[in-house]
Design a protein around this ligand. Sequence first.
Ligand SMILES: [Fe+2]
Length: 287
Amino acid sequence: MEAHTNITKIDRCSGLSEKEFYNTYVKNSLPVVITDRGDWTTLEKFTPVYFKSNYNHLNRTIDGKTYPLSEIIDLCKSSTPENKAPYPNIYNVDRDFPEYPDDIPKMLYGKSNRLHSRLLPNFIAKRTNQQELFFGGKGCSFPTLHIDYLGVHTQLTQIIGEKDFILYPPNQTPYLYPDKIRSTQSPVNIINPDYDRFPLFKNAVAIKTTLQPGETLFIPAGWWHTTYIHNFNLTYAIDHVNSFNWNFFMDETYIAAKKSHPKLAWTIKVYKVIMGKVFNLKESLLN
Ligand SMILES: [Fe+2]
């Protein structure tokens, strides 16, 4: 994958075709805020009351304490920077809301998403988180600056509240001190940086954007990111793999599979080459 050029702000666009989205943003590894609501005209349905009355059986353990969903929602609503709600509290849509996928609006520019293709075997697709919901409250921020797992792109749609996204392009990596073992994580606290420990961080240039309800942010593979929340918040995230990050995704998947399923892992290498060509052809026909 190639690093992007130097940009100082994130475009906000509407009405892009699949091809324009791919050629302008995906191919150049550039983030973009898509202001079209797409099928998210039903945002109003996904309210705190809806989740509390239908999904209170869902429990989440954060820092050793278990919370039912209604408590998470209440804590997020009363959250302040001094007394923050537990965060992150992530719900996997496929696992936690098994009937929900039919209800979730279609992904913007999802025609090129190989993770959702029937041609991608389950044991490969299931290695990603695919679809998640994040609740949050005022003062919460994602605990680490990170790159998403397995080299996926991510699309995040804001459902409730506003959320700041702080992004660093791949060419800023030398200033971010990637962890030696978990190389997709940075130990730098970007809100209150320790310049004695991380002096090069002074050189890092962030690009910020704020996502409003109904807007979607595309974060290209390999971009560092974290978030900061100003009010009660619900965000939907979906992983995205297309021709741009296919080889990287499949190579990372192979490395992970070699540890868990050494006898099956070789099939990933074969699949990468053969199906990569089929997917490329399919995507070249998108308009
Ligand atoms: Fe992420």
